[in-house]
Ligand binder design. Structure first.
Ligand code: MOS
Length: 713
């Protein structure tokens, strides 16, 4: 059990010192002997055929080793001719054919002895094309929407379809989210270093070293163990590093071609076209209720865009199926293929998109009913999952509503919009609910207890910032009672025991369970050894190892969930409260106070948990007020593909953020009783802001971001 003397409630990040002092090494900071530099050449048309690549000037430029393209690349064993879907997680095969599917698609890579020379030479490469007609305009092409290939996930209903249409009180609204790009500080890329024809080491930016290992191995048809992936530190992921992109495969191909290690770091503008984005979304929500506020029907239809060459799907409508108590629910989800790079999960992914629509609609309905938005949600609260007909493993949302309402000062909210003022500013309060699947997957870990009193843990997990190592060390501490300073957790190395990618808020639950199991097994081993040499089972492990003359004991095991996953619906919940101030003359919206409440089981690591919620709130302010990637549909090109024009929140945009946790263990999910937190930090947040803006002004903004022009319109 937790020893209060050993564990400070605010245990620091184990990698905090390395990160703030610059000692933490990110992929691009590795230097290898003979390292060369790759720069990608993007297509300048939006659809068509490459009829030639004029690379003569580039090849003559100083320091250039090669210009690699589909015309001269080495054989890639996984590129089977005529098969377009051959490579898992990399459906757009880089340098494969003469086809251009979108503007910015890499068509060639220049490799040179310095980065600057590669940049210059890349500017000399000219693609020659035959252009074809293209479509990048999502809203114009909604009528071309199709069911995704995974049609089962696309359509759902229980009870009566469109029951809202016959309800006593009805609302039906349309919501639009723009394309958003992840924009972590760290740019994407890879260093590829072939040792032999079938053995390679890469330094990667990835949310999953095992996933990267798998994609490279299958692309080049080499054994998994011949691919070593290192990714100890990641400078922000947000979902975009959940797959190995064509750009990474391009560097691996180029390294093979020049027989030297190649470093590729893409540019900020290429981050908009080569490493995914949140898809543009159009949603229709219909809600029906009785006059006293009981929901009688929920209809949620969603459309997202995808690439022409690959379906990207996400769970946009899932929340509408189980969040509230309604006998009648129907949902659908369709895709509009466009000439853009394929989208990818981004920050809370589709659930965050869907929650904006559902939680805005819930606010609209509460207003129509003249009910308090919290009272309306509590009225439609459900203790069992109405989609799967199972109890929740744990759900303390009513308590969470209370905690948040008190902290934000909800009693100061006036249910009539536009009536609360602070000088020249209109003041509004809004709230919303967030929910995300709380999962526990399969993971392995190794633990080595050493006679010097330390514990070393290893697992091929990743950390994109949430503080994985810190959480793991605290879990090990709780099981073994060893001071946290004596425990090391190593990750980001594909040779370590297998762990899943860091995504879907599952790492603490999944890898943490493996760490917990490993530590319990070590404890039993030490007790056995102690008994063997006549020591009490409670003897300190250092003493046991000394008496048995062992330098260390080691355990590696795999851990996974069991039947409980079928008996219970497991979700993490959040409530976001915001206070906004809106200037009615300029339309400026300032978020003036944020309270985020997490109901995610027991909090293992208070400091990093708080930091997750703060990060999600900051991302939420961006999603609500500023973020929008804009394509000029005449050319199929992004016009704001830089940090000057794509606006993410800065310090001045962020008020003090209060984070509170219900902090009650989930009895079923895993040994720690802890549920995931990454996604719930963001999911729902943008609706809380939109709802607060409505409360302040009486204007319902249903198209994100909520910019001044929309307030004034
Ligand atoms: Mo996340 S969008 O699961 O990295």
């Amino acid at each position: 059990m937790r020893d209060k003397n050993l564990l400070r409630e605010d245990t620091d990040r184990v990698d905090g010192f390395d990160k703030v002092t610059g000692r933490a090494k990110y992929f691009a900071e590795y230097e290898l002997p003979g390292l060369t530099y790759g720069v990608l050449v993007p297509a300048t048309i939006t659809k068509g055929v490459i009829t030639g690549i004029d690379s003569k000037a580039a090849e003559r430029a100083p320091g250039v080793l090669a210009v690699v393209s589909h015309l001269n690349r080495p054989v890639v064993a996984g590129y089977e001719p005529g098969k377009d879907q051959g490579v898992p997680n990399s459906s757009l095969k880089i340098f494969y054919t003469d086809q251009v599917a979108y503007n910015g698609q890499p068509i060639a890579m220049v490799v040179a002895d310095t980065y600057e020379r590669a940049v210059y030479a890349a500017s000399l490469v000219k693609g020659i094309y035959t252009k074809e007609a293209f479509e990048t305009d999502f809203e114009k092409n909604l009528d071309k929407a199709k069911w995704p290939k995974n049609a089962a996930a696309a359509s759902y209903s229980r009870g009566t379809v469109d029951a809202y249409k016959t309800a006593e009180v009805q609302i039906a609204s349309e919501y639009i989210l723009p394309i958003e790009t992840h924009n972590p500080m760290e740019l994407h890329g890879i260093i590829a270093n072939w040792h032999t024809a079938d053995r390679i080491t890469v330094y990667a930016k990835t949310q999953g070293v095992k996933a990267t290992q798998g994609t490279i191995a299958s692309t080049f048809k080499i054994p998994l163990t011949n691919v070593q992936v290192n990714s100890e530190f990641v400078g922000g992921g947000f979902g975009m590093a959940l797959r190995t992109w064509p750009l990474e495969i391009a560097a691996v191909i180029a390294a093979k071609h020049v027989s030297k290690p190649v470093k590729l770091v893409i540019t900020r503008d290429q981050m908009f076209t080569m490493a995914g984005h949140r898809p543009h979304a159009f949603q229709k929500v219909g809600l029906g209720a009785t006059k006293d506020g009981q929901l009688t029907g929920i209809t949620h239809e969603a459309f997202g865009h995808t690439a022409t060459y690959e379906d990207f799907t996400e769970n946009v409508v899932s929340m509408s199926k189980f969040m509230y108590n309604s006998a009648n629910v129907n949902t659908s989800y369709k895709l509009v293929p466009l000439n853009v790079g394929v989208p990818i999960w981004m920050r809370g992914p589709g659930e965050a998109t869907g929650a904006f629509a559902l939680e805005s609609a819930m606010d609209e309905m509460a207003h129509s009913l003249n009910m308090d938005p919290i009272d309306f949600r509590v009225k439609n609260y459900t203790e069992t999952d109405p989609e799967k007909n199972r109890p929740y493993s744990s759900k303390n949302l009513k308590e969470a509503y209370q905690m948040g309402a008190e902290k934000i000062g909800w009693s100061k909210r006036n249910n009539t919009p536009g009536t609360n003022k602070d000088g020249n500013w209109l003041v509004g309060y809004g709230m919303s609910t967030g929910v995300f699947n709380a999962s526990r997957g399969r993971a392995s870990a190794k633990g080595i207890l050493k006679s010097d009193g330390t514990l070393l843990l290893q697992s091929a997990a990743s950390d994109i910032g949430p503080g994985t190592g810190t959480g793991m060390v605290q879990i090990a501490h709780e099981v073994l009672g060893i001071p946290v300073s004596q425990i090391t957790f190593e990750l980001g190395d594909s040779s370590f025991p297998t762990a899943p990618s860091q995504g879907g808020s599952a790492t603490l639950s999944t890898v943490g369970s493996a760490v917990s199991d490993v530590c319990n097994a070590l404890k039993n081993k030490i007790a056995e050894l102690a008994t063997g040499v006549g020591l009490p089972v409670s003897a300190k492990f250092q003493e046991v190892l000394q008496k048995t003359n062992l330098p260390s004991v080691e355990v590696t095991l795999e851990s996974k969930g069991g039947e409980e996953q079928k008996k219970y619906s497991m979700y993490s919940f959040s409530i976001h409260f915001v206070q906004v101030k809106v200037n009615p003359l300029t339309g400026v919206v300032k978020v003036s106070k944020i309270v985020s409440v997490g109901d995610s089981g027991r909090i293992v690591s208070p400091k990093t948990a708080r930091s997750q919620m703060v990060g999600g709130a900051v991302g939420g302010v961006g999603m609500a007020l500023t973020e929008e990637a804009v394509i000029d549909h005449r050319f199929g090109r992004y016009v704001n593909n830089n940090f000057a024009d794509y606006h993410v929140p800065v310090n001045a945009d962020i008020p003090e953020i209060e984070v509170v946790f219900v902090n009650k263990p989930d009895p079923y999910i895993n040994p720690m009783g802890a549920k995931g937190m990454g996604e719930i930090a963001l999911i729902g947040f943008s609706a809380a802001v939109a709802n607060a803006v409505f409360n302040a002004t009486g204007k319902r903004i249903r198209t994100l971001p909520i910019t001044p022009d929309k307030i004034l319109a």
